[in-house]
Design a protein around this ligand. Structure first.
Ligand code: SF4
Length: 337
């Protein structure tokens, strides 16, 4: 497999009046061409900051991308790009879909013009040709009566339709990478499923690599090939979907799995929430960030950050439970099935 994206030791901080918030603290991962990766974690864990840094949407200042960070796209470090190179990369090579399509679309512009705009900028099309392509793109994302629809404004579309339009805009220039940041959060459940199915279908049809950002492990099961779990600005476990769902090795991954609502709750079982709160990233702990919420916390966990352990070629975890001298605990038994 050919690597499309390699994020190496990414560190992003925000300088605030209260001090330096260390939002992303040494994140490394890769994505192969045409592949799919879900980055999962609670709000504030750094997943959106990571994705926005990849596409160059972090304002610096107050943001600060630390010097030893690298983001290699087809082998080139995007963090060293000039302004002009960023403009080509963003929209043509990489595009992003955000949570709320209403705030991402321009309410004063017709839908067709909004799709055509990126085709004119990045693919040098004339307006008439770009509008014809816009009709095709609306058909690709299953919007009926596309010829009429391109003349309408965003408020004339439902929430699900607007997100389909955003997907059409994102894919119009045939990017190599699509970042979807909680793309279904603002939609109701049935529409969420339709949008996820559409993304999956388009990924296999167009061969676009996808990074899915979500707080909900439930939505990634049928969508992504690999999962990276983030907590307090670091990736704490990464692996193939089956590895993380069937044999998680980090107590936080187990907690996330148990927080996914099940179709049937047995014996009036209640939904499980994760007790406690994540650490303050103004002063992150020097030991394991999950220590204050972890029922398996040991003395070493509070003193030293755990070393990474490889469970398989594709499954990596940072937890002291993997140390040879730690008690043998089968975390899979903690999962509510
Ligand atoms: Fe729990 Fe320790 Fe593992 Fe952290 S390193 S998740 S505190 S067992």
């Amino acid at each position: 497999m050919i690597k499309l994206l390699e994020v190496k030791n990414l560190k992003v901080s925000f300088n605030t009046y209260a001090g330096e918030v260390q939002a992303v603290r040494g994140v490394s991962f890769y994505l192969n061409k045409g592949d799919s990766l879900a980055i999962v974690g609670e709000s504030g864990c750094g997943k959106t900051v990571t994705s926005k840094t990849i596409i160059g949407l972090i304002d610096t200042p107050p943001g600060e991308i630390k010097e030893d960070s690298e983001i290699l796209f087809n082998g080139e470090d995007v963090l060293k790009f000039s302004q002009k190179e960023w403009q080509h990369y963003r929209g043509r090579d990489v595009s992003m879909i955000f949570q709320d399509p209403m705030t991402s679309l321009n309410p004063t512009m017709k839908i067709g013009n909004q799709i055509a705009e990126s085709l004119m900028i990045h693919r040098g099309m004339a307006k008439a040709e770009a509008l014809q392509e816009a009709i095709k793109m609306l058909e690709v994302v299953n919007i009926p009566n596309a010829t009429e629809r391109i003349r309408q404004y965003p408020h004339q579309f439902s929430g699900g339709m607007r997100q389909r339009v955003m997907i059409a805009i994102s894919l119009a220039c045939n990017p190599q990478l699509l970042i979807a940041d909680e793309p279904t959060t603002a939609l109701d459940v049935t529409i969420q499923a339709q949008i996820m199915d559409l993304l999956k279908e388009l990924q296999s049809k167009l061969g676009t690599a996808i990074i899915m950002i979500t707080h909900d492990l439930g939505v990634v099961a049928g969508m992504a090939k690999r999962i990276a779990v983030m907590y307090a600005g670091k990736i704490i476990e990464t692996g193939l979907v089956d590895e993380l769902f069937e044999d998680p090795k980090h107590p936080y991954t187990v907690s996330l799995l148990n927080a996914v609502p099940k179709l049937e709750l047995k014996n009036k079982e209640k939904l499980v929430s994760i007790q406690g709160t994540p650490p303050d990233l103004l002063a992150p702990p020097k030991g394991c960030s999950f220590a204050s919420r972890c029922k398996y916390c040991m003395k070493i966990c509070k003193i030293k950050y755990p070393e990474a352990s490889w469970i398989s070629d594709t499954h990596e975890v940072t937890c002291w439970l993997q140390h040879p001298s730690s008690p043998k605990i089968n975390l899979a038994e903690d999962i509510r099935r």
